[in-house]
Design a binder for this molecule. Structure first.
Ligand code: CTP
Ligand code: ZN
Length: 157
């Protein structure tokens, strides 16, 4: 992206989540448990033009290098995401997100009868399949409506 096209300032140190599915930036922040309360500077661009994707979202978190395990959940809603680690204004690492085998604590089970929805200390855990997510407790499958089942209190990193 050229400087004339740059909509969100470059960051000095931190993480740039790029090529996020357009419109998903707020869900991405919710999944990562980033709500500004940590005091870090967070900037985001939604529906910005992208050569590769047409439109994309971008999230920049200043002063925090997000780990692979923190960002892998993003693959569920933003499979094309690129994670860039920035130090002293330079991108020092760039990688694609990979689908985890399992996710815990990030999503709630769609089955109202599931023990994870009964106020018990059972952390909702899903096995990641090619075409959905299977609840470890009741076997229910969560397919397209992942963002509708974001847990209120995401797992802390
Ligand atoms: N970026 C930033 N602050 C920096 C360096 C980079 O915010 N100090 C952002 C860029 O704006 C871009 C992303 O991090 O959104 C990746 O930067 P870079 O690798 O330089 O850009 P591209 O080569 O366009 O990336 P890609 O090939 O992944 O599309
Ligand atoms: Zn369940």
């Amino acid at each position: 992206m050229t400087d004339t096209e740059l909509r969100v300032s470059k960051i000095q140190n931190g993480t740039v989540l790029d090529h996020l599915t357009a419109g998903e930036a707020l869900h991405v922040l919710a999944m990562l448990g980033i709500d500004g309360s940590g005091g870090e500077a967070v900037s985001l661009g939604m529906n910005v033009p992208s050569d590769r994707l047409g439109r994309k979202d971008v999230v920049k978190v200043e002063g925090r290098e997000l780990s692979d395990s923190e960002v892998e959940v993003l693959s569920l809603i933003a499979p094309d995401a690129t994670v860039n680690i920035v130090r002293d204004y330079e991108v020092v690492a760039k990688r694609r997100v990979e689908r985890p085998d399992e996710v815990s604590g990030v999503l709630t089970c769609p089955n109202g009868e599931c023990i994870t929805n009964a106020g018990e200390p059972a952390e909702p855990t899903f096995e990641v399949l090619d075409d959905g997510l299977r609840c470890e407790y009741c076997g229910d499958i969560l397919r397209d409506d992942v963002t509708a089942h974001l847990a209120d209190a995401p797992q802390s990193p």
